[in-house]
Design a protein around this ligand. Structure first.
Ligand SMILES: CC(C)(COP(=O)(O)OP(=O)(O)OC[C@H]1O[C@@H](n2cnc3c(N)ncnc32)[C@H](O)[C@@H]1OP(=O)(O)O)[C@@H](O)C(=O)NCCC(=O)NCCS
Length: 194
């Protein structure tokens, strides 16, 4: 794995959280709770700074272990958090794939900021992590999410019935994926010296 994930785009920064970000991340979850209610409800824990102080070291360990890459979207001041984007469940073997999840504050929606952030994160996933497939799934009525994925080049692969338990209901999801045309097959093991 690369040593860090810090991606600068024209209007924002996408990066792994640092311990000192815990208050800003908790504040983002508190202020955006109403906006997140329908498609990915905020948990009580996520609204507390202490929760993030406990979890951020694990987020960073999971990145170093190659298991996930959980990032947040920051204003150019590198302190104010207004969104999240996660590459989760990174699997290697014959798969080299992960899931993508994301959300942006209502105050920042509709400006192309999530698209800009995800373009950078996807480039990181393909070029630096050498992943072959990114999978992203959304509820059919989440049209904003569908449009975002379509603009990023994700292809619809079908519908997963009763896929996620959200607000007390098993919600169907549209399944999409993006594949890496420049994926590099891992080299043969180095047998020199044997
Ligand atoms: C899904 C979600 C991330 C989409 O955010 P978004 O801001 O609409 O996404 P984008 O960054 O692609 O912005 C695109 C919009 O900005 C507009 N826009 C304005 N300026 C723009 C610019 N400079 N560049 C690109 N788009 C711009 C586009 O026209 C587009 O609007 P439209 O969809 O009404 O046509 C957001 O709605 C969200 O967080 N929802 C709640 C959580 C959620 O649903 N998560 C996903 C679960 S699957």
């Amino acid at each position: 794995m690369p040593a860090e994930c810090v991606l600068h785009t024209r209007r924002l920064i996408v990066r792994l959280p640092r311990l000192e970000d815990a208050p800003a991340i908790a504040a983002f979850h508190r202020s955006d709770e109403a906006h997140m209610r329908e498609f990915g409800p905020t948990t009580a824990a996520e609204k507390a700074t202490e929760f993030w102080e406990g979890w951020i070291p694990q987020i960073r360990d999971d990145f170093y272990a190659g298991v996930s890459c959980k990032t947040f979207l920051y204003e150019p001041d590198d302190r104010t958090v207004f969104g999240a984007a996660t590459l989760s469940s990174i699997l290697r073997g014959r798969f080299h794939a992960c899931f993508l999840g994301y959300n942006i504050a209502a105050t920042h929606e509709g400006r192309g900021l999530m698209r800009e952030g995800l373009q950078a994160l996807i480039a990181f996933a393909f070029e630096e992590l050498n992943l072959h497939r990114i999978m992203a799934n959304y509820m059919p009525r989440n049209e904003r999410s569908g449009r975002l994925l379509q603009r990023l080049g994700f292809v619809v692969e079908g519908t997963a019935r009763q896929y996620l338990w959200i607000n007390g209901v098993w919600e169907d999801h549209v399944m999409t994926s993006l594949t890496n045309p420049a994926w590099r097959a891992p080299g043969l093991p180095n047998l020199s010296g044997l």
